[in-house]
Design a protein around this ligand. Structure first.
Ligand SMILES: Nc1nc2c(ncn2[C@@H]2O[C@H](COP(=O)(O)OP(=O)(O)OP(=O)(O)O)[C@@H](O)[C@H]2O)c(=O)[nH]1
Ligand SMILES: C[S@@+](CC[C@H](N)C(=O)[O-])C[C@H]1O[C@@H](n2cnc3c(N)ncnc32)[C@H](O)[C@@H]1O
Ligand code: SF4
Ligand code: SF4
Length: 330
């Protein structure tokens, strides 16, 4: 397994299969790749299924155990099932999707080898949902979530970005997962770095404090040092307890340990490697994506990874995040 200069081993890869999307969420960072708007037809720049599979086979040699497929909207790729079928058996595969295409396809994904799925769902009301995603697909997404649960793509995690537009609905979403045993919730701190609107930020610590009050159990996940709160239901340690719903907080900005525990390298849909989701100044091409080119670029990428918050960005005297001088022009 390769390790960077900050002692962070790379155990997973996060592969963006496309930058196309059928939504236009107001907050979207698109994994650092720019606008999702544009034609939705297949794009020649996208890695082919062969490229993706070859990449996974090579990083498997370096001990990578997990792959997350994302985008844009990864389910716009009609060859997603083929990619899943051909992915190395040793790897856990997961998918992050807006859920629209899960109805009718969730079973196929399961059969193709997908372990689990995360579905973005920022509201429990069609009107609010439409305002955030700029789409009218609320019913399809709800259907998609159920299709994923029925297909056994578990745990099905709902992703909710917590920012000014959604802060008022967090409690409803927490109740929703506490009442639905197949679901878990990820509350994602809004990251304005790539999308602007810092005024949309809300204080994620308030959400932690509130969850700490209402939960009966708190755990720390090794990845990103994320906290998990168990809410509702009955204490799993008690006789016959069902554990209730799990709510995880993804808080890259405020959690000092988050980047220190980052074990994933990213791949863009065009076949560039990048060491950090939030940066687009560290892209490395894998050229023609021969096995040797992939190996070489992967080694270089891991060697050059640095934690983003606290190292690449540091806080100035006014508590504003600024690029650390040593990386300017590096
Ligand atoms: N800054 C930063 N944000 C991340 C990172 N990983 C996830 N996030 C944020 O959380 C969002 C949702 O992540 P997902 O792809 O659904 O899944 P995950 O939480 O990374 O992984 P699992 O919980 O294992 O499924 C991402 O799009 C980011 O906004 C990371 O390494 N760095
Ligand atoms: C870029 S999307 C790609 C996958 C898929 N289209 C989806 O929406 O799930 C991956 C995740 O990033 C999250 N996300 C997008 N922009 C964000 C931002 N500015 N801050 C925090 N999370 C964001 C979304 O909520 C989604 O869960
Ligand atoms: S569905 Fe995903 S990729 Fe598409 S705009 Fe929303 S967050 Fe971005
Ligand atoms: S270094 Fe931090 S911001 Fe960058 S990908 Fe890892 S956890 Fe995310």
């Amino acid at each position: 397994m390769l390790e960077d200069d900050f002692g962070r081993e790379v155990t997973g890869v996060r592969v963006s299969l496309t930058d196309r999307c059928n939504f236009d969420c107001v907050y979207c960072h698109n994994e650092g790749l720019g606008d999702t708007r544009g034609p939705m037809d297949p794009d020649d720049d996208e890695m082919s299924a062969d490229d993706v599979v070859r990449f996974l086979e090579v990083v498997e040699e370096f001990g990578v155990e997990k792959v997350k497929f994302t985008g844009g909207e990864p389910m716009l790729r009609q060859d997603l099932e083929e990619i899943l079928e051909r992915a190395p058996d040793s790897m856990e595969t997961s998918l992050t999707t807006n859920g629209t295409f899960l109805p009718g396809r969730a079973e196929d994904l399961k059969e193709a080898g997908l372990s689990r799925v995360n579905v973005s769902q920022d509201a429990l009301d069609p009107q609010e949902f439409a305002e955030i995603t700029q789409s009218g697909a609320y019913d399809k997404v709800m259907e998609g979530v159920q299709a994923a649960v029925d297909a056994g793509l578990s745990p099905v995690k709902l992703n909710m970005v917590v920012f000014e537009h959604t802060a008022g609905y967090v409690d409803e979403m927490v109740d929703h997962v506490a009442e639905n045993p197949g679901l878990q919730l990820q509350l994602i701190e809004y990251m304005p770095e790539l999308t602007g609107h810092p005024e949309w930020n809300i204080d994620i610590q308030r959400v932690h404090d509130w969850l700490a009050e209402i939960s009966h159990r708190v755990e720390h996940r090794e990845m990103h040092d994320r906290k998990r709160y168990w809410v509702g239901g009955t204490d799993p340690d008690a006789d016959g307890g069902d554990g209730g719903g799990m709510v995880e907080i993804v808080d890259p900005v405020e959690n000092e340990e988050f980047c220190a525990n980052c074990h994933r390298v990213r791949v863009t849909h065009e076949g560039y490697l990048k060491g950090c989701l939030n940066r687009n100044d560290d892209l490395r091409t894998m050229g023609e994506m021969t096995r040797e080119e992939i190996r070489e670029t992967y080694r270089e990428t891991v060697e050059n990874r640095v934690p983003y918050y606290g190292e690449y960005l540091v806080q100035d005297d006014d508590d504003q995040w600024v690029v650390n001088e040593k990386y300017i022009g590096a």
